[in-house]
Design a protein around this ligand. Structure first.
Ligand code: PLP
Ligand code: COI
Length: 337
């Protein structure tokens, strides 16, 4: 095994020893298979390759001070993959099979789980692809589900230090009644051009407005958006954003901390009113935002250079549950035996 400098890990692909696979053929799911290969053998006419029939997930496992490994809200990811499957007509994987595959992938690669002190974690990437051939536009008759894992650090290199976002009205990641609410590969392909522009300009991500009217905040490229003002945690309600499991958890924790929680349309005009803003997601955890630049209107919205009080509290609380430092009173974690 390659030796890792756990504390300075970024977010990127790293080879681990084993991955788990499962095929859907003749109308049913087969057994879970363990593989040590990083590649797959795929039909040249697989629907994943031609028509983007692909969905994925992202979740994490954490090693605690007690040496135990906890997976965070895996059932939610399994259910969301089923929703994505309904969205693009993939064969639906049973929740239990998803969970078993994830547990095996973690156990088989346990030496890659970063130590507690490092603040890093094991990123788990399940994916489900149309593997059967079609050349007309229709769903495949064979599917392949896979899970692989890798140790990761923060998604944005700044970690928990505030970063910058950019608004560019010339690009949409998802249509108003399209696939934005599903975790499907096509949404991410659609975000690459503006994502590259944003990075080039020194921004960590694009902040998308709703694609119909450009009046309301939607989400960031790889994460949901939230703002805090007047003791209220506010996050966009929209049909074209991914229902983030991190955001769902933060809403519960915010309420527990005494904040009001509002999930509603968030007009662009509200941006100057927020005391704190952030991006949240599995990879991003909470990434506080210090500046939102509107590239079309050449206008900027400034927030603190340092993480705000509530963002910090929420971040600490979420991490404490994930690493097992605090009791898991909501039953969000599963210990891998
Ligand atoms: N929004 C998008 C577009 C994402 O890709 C992600 C990442 O999964 C999120 C939001 C955050 O979702 P979650 O908290 O479930 O990881
Ligand atoms: C995640 O947060 O798990 C994601 O999938 C975001 C990004 C890497 C696409």
């Amino acid at each position: 095994m390659e030796s890792f400098d756990w504390k300075s890990l970024g977010f990127g692909y790293r080879k681990t020893d084993y991955n788990v696979r499962c095929y859907w053929r003749n109308g049913e799911w087969g057994e879970l298979e363990i593989s040590s290969s990083e590649t797959i053998n795929l039909h040249i006419a697989a629907t994943a390759l031609h028509y983007g029939q692909e969905a994925f997930e992202g979740l994490k496992a954490f090693k605690g001070k007690d040496g135990k490994v906890r997976i965070f809200r895996m059932d939610e990811n399994a259910k969301r993959m089923q929703d994505s499957s309904d969205g693009i007509l993939l064969a639906k994987l049973p929740v239990e099979k998803f969970q078993e595959a994830v547990r095996i992938a973690i156990k088989m690669n346990k030496q890659y789980i970063p130590p507690y002190e490092s603040g890093a974690s094991l990123y788990i990437r399940p994916l489900l692809i149309g593997s059967g051939p079609q050349i007309g536009v229709k769903p495949a008759d064979e599917y392949l589900f896979m899970v692989f894992v890798m140790p990761v650090g923060p998604y944005f290199p700044q970690g928990f230090m505030p970063t910058d976002l950019v608004i560019m009205r010339g690009y949409d990641r998802a249509a108003p009644q399209g696939t934005g609410k599903y975790k499907v590969g096509g949404n991410y392909a659609a975000s690459l051009v503006e994502g590259k522009k944003a990075k080039h300009g020194g921004f960590s991500a694009v902040l998308y407005l709703d694609s119909k009217e450009k009046k309301y905040l939607d989400e960031c490229g790889p994460a949901n958006f939230f703002g805090i003002k007047n003791n209220t945690y506010i996050t966009p309600l929209s049909d074209s954003i991914l229902p983030s499991i991190t955001n769902k958890s933060l809403m519960v924790l915010a309420e527990e901390m005494g904040l009001k929680v509002e999930r509603r349309k968030v007009p662009y005009e509200e941006l100057p009113e927020f005391e704190e803003v952030g991006a949240c997601g599995t990879a991003a955890v909470i990434s506080p935002i210090k500046r939102i630049y509107d590239a079309d209107l050449d206008k900027e919205f400034l927030y603190g250079e340092k993480p705000g009080i509530w963002s910090t509290k929420l971040y600490n609380k979420l991490r404490a549950i994930q690493y097992g430092d605090e009791p898991d009173k909501y039953g969000w974690t599963e210990i891998v035996e």
